[in-house]
Design a protein around this ligand. Structure first.
Ligand SMILES: [Fe+2]
Ligand SMILES: [Fe+2]
Length: 333
């Protein structure tokens, strides 16, 4: 892990160096005040970029679990071995396995038993959900990070449902959607006040949000996510999702990036948005492929109730009581 972090340090610093060079060129030019202002902004952006390296590392067990998710040949035993390597995660998995949510009557006392009883797919999903929560850690009290968490969990839950109508593995879809906006989480952790200002603006389209991020941080959350995931040596599949989920779809067929992009838009439209957006649920659903439209309710309230129930189930297991989703009302974070 250390090696990868070192490698990414170089990339992050290199990006910062470019902006610094640009800034000093402008300063040397010493022209009108606006140029000086641009230079100072560039310095500030570079500083924010550099702070990406100060973010907490993604939990090692989660990085390895993500690598397992993308390997179809991985087995229950691999997952058990992985969880057993990290005592904190092993304890959490045992606690989850014994929670009433899964209705297993006998006491589960080993991680192997837990993985066998809960199943491979569920344990991987829970492990990653736990990992993202751990990553946010104490900062979860901040409203902006709560909103990021809520959006991620909603997107994951929706992506899982959408994937069931496609050939895409629902577990991979859940996981990819859970971490698709990790770059935004990072930017919000670096400068919560800056991101809060963005939140207070009126409904924006995704393109304007990305531009506002680039103005504020020198990079948008897709670039930041791609950079961080490269740093953590995550599989290319997840790097692509983080980097391109706001790009227009290039083909008719729906790949993982397209599916996560849809889940993200639906999550936003249902009220699980970080920055207020202009898209309407009914408009998004109308454009869905036929197979999806058959299972996704046309009315927002109905789908919101279903997603909220699932999210509350996960939240209660993770004891994230600070974020309760009320199925009858818009999401409050
Ligand atoms: Fe995003
Ligand atoms: Fe998103």
């Amino acid at each position: 892990m250390g090696k990868h972090v070192g490698g990414a340090d170089f990339r992050v610093h290199a990006a910062g160096d470019r902006s610094n060079r640009q800034a000093s060129d402008w300063l040397l030019a010493g022209e009108a005040g606006s140029i000086r202002e641009d230079a100072l902004n560039a310095v500030e952006k570079a500083a924010n970029q550099l702070r990406l390296v100060d973010l907490p590392p993604f939990p090692g067990v989660a990085v390895k679990a993500l690598q397992l998710v993308s390997k179809p040949e991985s087995r229950l035993r691999d997952l058990h071995d992985l969880i057993s390597m990290d005592q904190a995660f092993a304890t959490e998995i045992l606690r989850l396995a014994n929670s009433p949510l899964y209705g297993i009557r006998s006491e589960i006392t080993s991680t192997l038993q837990a993985v066998m009883l809960l199943g491979y797919e569920r344990v991987k999903g829970l492990l990653l959900t736990l990992a993202v929560k751990t990553y946010i850690g104490q900062s979860l009290e901040a409203p902006i990070l709560k909103a990021c968490w809520s959006h991620s969990l909603a997107s994951a839950t929706i992506a899982e449902e959408l994937a069931m109508t496609t050939a895409i593995d629902k577990d991979v879809a859940y996981t990819a959607a859970l971490i698709h906006d990790i770059g935004r989480l990072a930017l919000a952790m670096i400068l919560p006040e800056g991101y809060n200002k963005l939140r207070q603006q009126g409904p924006l389209d995704p393109g304007s949000i990305l531009q506002a991020e680039r103005d504020l941080f020198g990079m948008d959350h897709c670039q930041a996510g791609g950079l961080l995931m490269t740093t953590w040596n995550l599989p290319l599949t997840f790097i692509e999702v983080a980097s391109y989920h706001h790009e227009p779809r290039k083909s008719e067929s729906l790949d993982l990036v397209g599916l996560v992009s849809l889940a993200c838009q639906i999550a936003d439209a249902l009220g699980f948005s970080v920055v207020s957006i202009s898209g309407k649920y009914e408009d998004i659903v109308r454009e869905l492929p036929d197979d999806m439209r058959r299972v996704i309710p046309g009315r927002a309230a109905k789908f919101l109730r279903r997603i909220a129930d699932k999210m509350n189930g996960i939240e209660s297991v993770l004891e994230l009581k600070s974020i309760r989703v009320h199925p009858d009302s818009p999401v409050t974070v």
